[in-house]
Design a protein around this ligand. Sequence first.
Ligand code: SIN
Length: 487
Amino acid sequence: MSAERERAIVDQVPAGVLVGGEWRPPTGDKTFPVEDPATGAVLCEVADATAQDAIAALDTAHEQQAPWAATPPRERGEILRRAFETMTERADDLALLMTLEMGKPLAESKAEVTYAAEFFRWFAEEAVRIAGRWSTNPSGDGRLLTMRQPVGPCLLITPWNFPLAMGTRKIGPAIAAGCTMIVKPAQLTPLSMLVLADILRAAGLPDGVLNVVPTSKAGAVTEPLFADPRLRKVSFTGSTPVGRKLMEQASQNLLRVSMELGGNAPFLVFADADLDVAVDQAIVAKMRNMGESCVAANRFHVHESVADEFAERLAEKMSAMKVGRGTDPGVQVGPLIDGGQRDAVRTLVDDAVSKGAKVLTGGEDVGDRGYFYAPTVLAAVPADADLLRTEIFGPVAPVATFTDDDEAVHAANDSEYGLVAYVFTRDLGRALSVAEALEVGMLGLNRGMVSNPAAPFGGVKASGFGREGGAEGIDEYLAVKYVAVDL
Ligand code: SIN
């Protein structure tokens, strides 16, 4: 990839904060740097929004809420459809920008652009299907009418690991439902979101419906919004500790809340599993996004009769993966997002090894610039290793063993998290009873990927609540109103 093309892509990013349809300099005129995690070099400076910018964004979101809610659903849907088409046409540029700011290999960025755009296509189709209900009172006396209306101005807080898709799966349903919004993109990866905002403007989104406030001071910018009764909803994707704090803040004004938080996905391989499928899908579940995903397989619980073979075959595949800058041809594993994340991964691996785990491959940093960590497989991981309880967010696969189904289910559920689990077995009865017993919001049965714009994404326990995508996704942005009708 030529340096000129990379420069040209970064230069396309709009400068400023987006408030009321206008890119304006932030109050105070400060900026913050965005780094390429593959090199540590600064890609560009981004406008650093302040609390005043956030309140200006809420002023306009509040002002536009009623006219936007009254815009015909078909028009709202067509804006999303046009944005889907532009994203698809510009997929190569969007993917390159994403790789530069986030580090994932180009092929994965391209897959994320498709995934992200599909949320717009999906919710373009949902915008025209917001229906209510008309029924007869059980006593026969009068009628019951329900309607579903937009909840009002929303604050959408998106994470750094999927810079576009985590935005579109909040923005898409908010637009479809008729809500206005303020988006706070992640400080580490704001560039893709800034370009996405321009795509939505060009698709015809009225001024003030979408406002974007990139910032290096998340708390200072979001706290005044939580305190303002004009804000009606918050949707957050990020860590469980931050989610807990935001829940507290949201309680002040009793905001509607959606929380998509951390995970600790168990990947269960039973003795009767097709091992070829299990190993291939383990790569998908573990290595997508370098393991920096809340749905990444975090721990492999494998029946003792096949654990050695599974671990060896996984190690063979992981060690063959090409590590490097995501823009380079053939690279399959990019850098981690920053030095702090790499330190955290290294600490977890060192802890497991000190407690007796065996390194089959990896277990070390790679290169002398950027934040690379080698794809790592650990066998014979003891139950007290920290990484079995902690979200790793890195390319590390710990393999532990179980002897029977009850032990497997118990180990899988022995976590504060409950986002997703992966189950590999050829026995349908076992598959369904294990699926029923697992405490998760999603389950991959003989597959390592559950994410799909047409399906409800979300967790239970400390992984949060609310669903994004699917027929359920738009409900998060709608309030039910009931009318008691006397005929
Ligand atoms: C996440 O890691 O937060 C979401 C991943 C996905 O949507 O697949």
